[in-house]
Design a protein around this ligand. Structure first.
Ligand SMILES: Cc1ncc(COP(=O)(O)O)c(C=O)c1O
Length: 412
């Protein structure tokens, strides 16, 4: 491994600008007073709403908290069912369960999204809503899913955690569902370490969602500090990864609680860590504003990189590319191979850390299976794909030279 490492998961969106903003929040005392509340959160909500063309959006503590708020705003009865796809994250399941509802899994199609053909089979008398995911920034088959939702009187929730900027039939995702949420998490389209944005398109739920948001807590000062440290630690760790110190830096920082995990051990076990749900702290909204100004640039680069993968990897034997899908922003570029472990190890040897979303139908590995409500064998396509998937990076820090190297590794 050389000095320079391309890492798909280590704060891929981090730029010197947001490191500078985060450092300013920590080290300039006059900023401390507005860490929790302030103008930046309001500005972010306004900018995001204008960009998406919606009336109002709310900046919250994370995408998972946003989904929880959305589900609470529906005023459903305990035990009502929410449909989602296999090949998702445990934090999505947690939000459903913590809102008193039951997750029901539908298999995914070969486009990494909920299989609309299999949706009808899972709809029962207690089904109230369907969550579509737009995995890797590839839009779900909204036309088919929406048709079924209308016919069966079900609400549609869009999980746009991977898909800020993705379009479906020329219109941005997030504007199709009755309610939608986005993520500003560390590995998502844009990042402020932890954050989310939610919105409501169905006027019937405008008031109830506003009430849920109003009742949210603010996160603690200690937690804000932890999140502000994240870009500082990661920008150092990134440079030191190649000399094996980077990983150590991350482990030590986690042990010292300077930074935390994307999915915490408690969340893996299905346990809520309070305060939950929370609002996006103003200090992180400042970082999010920097990142939001880079959104179009980041996505243009992702699309250009994906195009290169399509061109250069099309004829590689034993490697299956995703379907070309207009409007995708390719948060990550998924490929299928017979032996993902071998490819990932070979790439690591050459200084490229590839991604493993997702190797189990409810990720990450190590979750409490019982708490996930997932039944083995219930999503056979997802299970098959989990054994073959590798994600190639598309983020802004991948240079043309890195891209050549990744293509060469995958071609061998
Ligand atoms: C598909 C999907 N939905 C929702 C979420 C939740 O987003 P956040 O990390 O902002 O809570 C994640 C990520 O963890 C995700 O991968």
């Amino acid at each position: 491994m050389g000095l320079r490492v391309v890492n798909i998961g280590l704060s891929p969106n981090n730029t010197w600008k947001d490191t500078l903003v985060a450092a300013g929040q920590i080290f300039l005392p006059w900023n401390w007073l507005s860490w929790k509340k302030g103008q930046a959160r309001i500005e972010l909500e306004k900018k995001f709403s204008d960009w998406l063309g919606v009336e109002k959006s709310y900046a919250v503590g994370s995408g998972r908290e946003g989904l929880y708020l959305i589900l609470k705003s529906l005023n459903l009865e305990a035990g009502d069912e929410i449909i989602l796809q296999g090949f998702t994250c445990m934090v999505v399941v947690n939000s459903i369960v913590w809102a008193g509802l039951k997750p029901v899994f539908v298999d995914m199609d070969d486009n990494y999204n909920l299989d609309a053909e299999k949706l009808r089979e899972k709809i029962g008398p207690r089904t109230k809503a369907v969550i579509v995911q737009h995995t890797f920034g590839i839009s779900a088959n909204l036309e088919k899913v929406l048709k079924i939702c209308r016919e069966k009187n079900l609400l549609l929730i869009e999980d746009c955690a991977h898909a800020m900027g993705t379009e479906y039939q020329g219109r941005k995702v997030g504007t199709f569902g009755d309610l939608s949420f986005f993520s500003l998490g560390r590995s998502k389209v844009i990042s402020c370490v932890s954050g989310g944005i939610i919105l409501v398109n169905n006027k019937k739920y405008q008031e109830s969602l506003a009430k849920e948001v109003e009742a949210c807590s603010e996160i603690s000062t200690g937690k804000i500090l932890q999140y502000l440290y994240h870009p500082l630690v990661c920008s150092k760790a990134k440079f030191l990864y190649g000399v094996q110190i980077g990983k150590l830096t991350m482990v030590v920082a986690q042990k010292l609680r300077l930074i935390n995990f994307e999915v915490t051990p408690a969340e893996k076990a299905g346990k809520m860590v309070k305060p939950f749900p929370t609002l996006l702290p103003n200090a992180l909204a400042k970082v999010a504003l920097v990142q939001f100004s880079l959104l179009e640039k980041f996505n243009a680069r992702r699309i250009a990189i994906a195009e290169k993968y399509f061109q250069k990897l099309a004829n590689v034997e034993g490697l299956k590319l995703p379907q070309k899908s207009a409007g995708s922003i390719w948060l990550r570029f998924p490929i299928l191979v017979e032996n993902p472990g071998k490819l990932m190890a070979a790439a690591k040897n050459e200084g490229v850390i590839l991604g493993d979303w997702y190797t189990v139908p409810v990720a990450p590995p190590g979750i409490d299976k019982e708490k996930s409500f997932y039944q083995d064998g219930s999503c056979s396509n997802a299970e098959k794909i989990c054994k073959q998937i590798v994600n190639l990076p598309t983020h802004q820090a991948v240079t043309d030279k890195d891209l050549e190297k990744i293509i060469k590794i995958c071609s061998k």
